[in-house]
Design a protein around this ligand. Structure first.
Ligand code: DLL
Length: 435
């Protein structure tokens, strides 16, 4: 097997990709209009008929779907086929409100697994690899998605799920895992635990990691690559559109190729909904071109992103998306200033701290308070109060330069911040409790 899982489609010409997309969108809009009354109503209200959609250029005529629609239509309102044709459901990891429930036919699963197989082959995966999947199994799409792709490629699959880090490491060392799949925060934790157990990065057989499901910075990538002795690749996806593998990084590690034969991507202005030209920063919107059971059209992801069609030296022709710059709803507004957790992570890792931190926002006397607990590395730990104070001041000043406002930094002892085995919880916003 070469470096592509499906070379013909992954390196297809622009014309060929467009031809496939145009053919699929006409069929898909008809399928949705005929089978999903909820979306048919939205189209009728907008005065759009399936015949108006002749190519992907016409997608902008279609109405958007958002998380609010998914909540309203929960659980079956956006299902486009008989339940007897469905073989699986998966659900979002969200803990508040109604979960998103997505349905799959066997064909939907087959396509999804092909997408994750493309991601595994792009990081060098072959049937000689041992692929350790420590994304959560169950309703979350991470475990099932990478598991399916690993089987397709023919890797020896270790279905570990998340948690029990010492056991993860024992299997990794005993069975010689070569590819690790988990969230970046869990990868950092595995790296930290390996070092504590006395292992050096070169002691493991890992060569690559496929990390996603949460935002992570380039600094975090370097931290993981060094602690595990691997190349760390990004993978993106969302339950609503299938799961991991909507897009993935290649050896270039410069943006994720979107599987454009299945998912059509747009960037829109989040305030006006207007479609923006290539290269603009805005909200990522996806249309599933061939899903049967849960075919969302123009779904607003709330992820802020930029798309590029610049040629990639890997030979893949599919459009690339940058690392999502945080979700529009991840953004914190503190004393009127927009702050993203990724900015804080960048400062911490550049200053030699670990990726273990927690942001706490509250409101006192009608003013926002902004605190960050930052864990010290054992070797930086000091009993001398003045030394710690000086370190805190230095970090506060670096944060002020990056963010435009200054948080109060609290250095806390090593290991005092809870490690994440899935998606990390970085922000505690207590203001919401007062609202
Ligand atoms: O997180 C699917 C997934 C599993 C992706 C494993 C990659 C690996 P949800 O739980 O529905 O699905 O969450 C989707 O997570 O809209 C983004 O905000 C965020 N997200 C996913 N991948 C990335 C990434 C899975 N690589 C939401 N970088 C998405 C940044 C990501 N954010």
């Amino acid at each position: 097997m070469g470096k592509y899982y499906q070379p013909e489609i992954e390196t297809a010409s622009r014309e060929e990709i467009l031809r496939i997309q145009n053919e699929k969108i006409v069929k898909q809009v008809k399928h949705v209009y005929e089978n999903v009354p909820y979306y048919r109503d939205l189209m009728d209200k907008k005065g759009v008929k399936p015949e108006d959609i002749k190519s992907v250029d016409d997608i902008k005529k279609l109405p958007f779907l958002s998380k609010a629609d998914l909540r309203e239509a929960y659980p079956y309102g956006l299902l486009a086929t008989d339940l007897k044709n469905c073989v699986r459901i998966q659900s979002t990891s969200g803990t508040t409100g109604k979960r998103v429930v997505a349905f799959y036919t066997q064909n939907d699963i087959d396509i999804w697994e092909e997408c994750t197989a493309r991601a595994i082959v792009a990081v060098g995966g072959t049937e000689d690899d041992v692929c350790q999947v420590c994304y959560g199994y169950g309703l979350f799409t991470g475990g099932a998605g990478l598991h399916g792709g690993s089987h397709r490629v023919g890797c020896l699959t270790l279905p570990m799920s998340s948690g029990n880090t010492e056991r993860q490491i024992q299997f990794m060392m005993d069975l010689g895992s070569t590819i690790l799949c988990c969230t970046p925060s869990y990868a950092a934790y595995i790296g930290e635990t390996l070092a504590e157990m006395g292992y050096k990065p070169e002691d493991n057989k890992l060569k690559a990691g496929i990390f996603g499901a949460e935002p992570w910075t380039e600094e975090m990538r370097r931290n993981i690559e060094e602690s595990l002795g691997i190349k760390a690749y990004d993978i993106y996806g969302l339950t609503e559109i299938s799961g991991p593998g909507v897009s993935f990084e290649c050896e270039e590690q410069r943006g994720m190729h979107i599987n454009e034969d299945h998912f059509y991507a747009e960037i829109i202005d989040p305030d006006t909904g207007e479609a923006l030209p290539e290269g603009s920063k805005g909200e990522l919107v996806f249309t599933a071109l061939d899903k049967e059971a849960f075919p969302l059209l123009r779904y607003r992801t709330r992820d802020i992103c930029v798309l590029t069609r610049e040629k990639c030296s890997c030979g893949r022709t599919h459009v690339r998306m940058c690392k999502p710059m945080g979700r529009s709803d991840d953004m914190m507004i503190i004393r009127g200033v927009n702050v993203f957790p990724s900015q804080i992570e960048t400062v911490l890792l550049n200053q030699g701290y670990t990726p273990n931190y927690q942001i706490i926002i509250d409101r006192k006397n009608n003013s926002d308070t902004f605190d960050i607990n930052v864990e010290l590395k054992p070797e930086f730990f000091s009993d001398i109060v003045s030394e710690n104070l000086a370190k805190e001041k230095k970090l506060e000043s670096a944060m002020r330069t990056m963010l435009g406002i200054g948080p109060k930094i609290h250095l806390v002892p090593p290991k005092s911040i809870t490690r994440s085995e899935g998606k990390a919880v970085r922000v505690i916003d207590k203001r919401k409790l007062h609202d």
